[in-house]
Design a protein around this ligand. Structure first.
Ligand code: GRF
Length: 189
């Protein structure tokens, strides 16, 4: 059984969906730890409820991003982690993590990449007035929201949609699409 670490920075609805997908046998791997860079993130509560060991890393406590990532890698190696699942992790993955986990880090982004990369993919698509956006799951490389695409699913933006209703639709798609795609991604590990 492959061992996964989930990285998250905030609410963690995708974290919970992944944990549930493991329980349901949709993802045939174990979630061995949560790595989080924000102390107050709600995802810590979710990890506690799910019985997943959680680690907080404060980048300010390190001299460089390299040192910060080295500290994370030390935990991952100690736990025998095979692959990393980013679920709302708000930092760009640096060269240290990429070197230790080449093609073994997967990300979910709330737009149809290459459209609307960056921190606010849902808002950017909504404000651009496009009639379609969606969700992309991709392998992480050195770019921001670049890297080989594993799966995409689109969603219409209807006239009556608000930013909130669009967010809700996107998250629903994410929770389903990410679990199925993570199961396929396990072949890379
Ligand atoms: C998701 O929209 C994901 O696509 C993006 O960050 C958000 C995380 O949401 N990368 P949550 O914390 O999993 O609820």
């Amino acid at each position: 059984m492959k061992k996964l670490a989930v990285f998250a920075s905030g609410n963690g609805s995708n974290f919970t969906a992944i944990v549930e997908a493991v329980k349901a046998g949709i993802i045939q791997a174990t979630i061995d730890c949560l790595i989080c860079d924000r102390k107050e993130a709600y995802v810590f509560t979710r990890a506690k409820e799910a019985g997943v060991e959680a680690f907080y890393f404060n980048i300010k406590a390190y001299d460089s991003k390299n040192d910060y990532e080295q500290a994370i890698v030390a935990v991952l190696k100690e736990k025998g982690i095979d692959g990393i699942v980013l679920a709302g992790y708000m930092k760009i993955i640096g060269e240290t993590l990429l070197k230790h986990y080449p093609n073994k880090i997967v990300n979910i982004h709330p737009s149809l990449l290459p459209d609307f990369p960056g921190k606010q993919g849902i808002l950017d698509a909504f404000q651009a007035g496009v009639d379609k956006t969606g969700v992309t799951v991709h392998i992480v490389d050195a770019g921001v929201d670049t890297g080989p695409i594993l799966a995409q699913q689109s969603v219409e933006i209807l006239k009556e949609d608000t930013l909130e209703s669009l967010k809700k639709k996107i998250h629903q798609i994410e929770h389903d699409l990410y679990s199925k795609t993570i199961q396929n991604f396990l072949q890379n590990l």
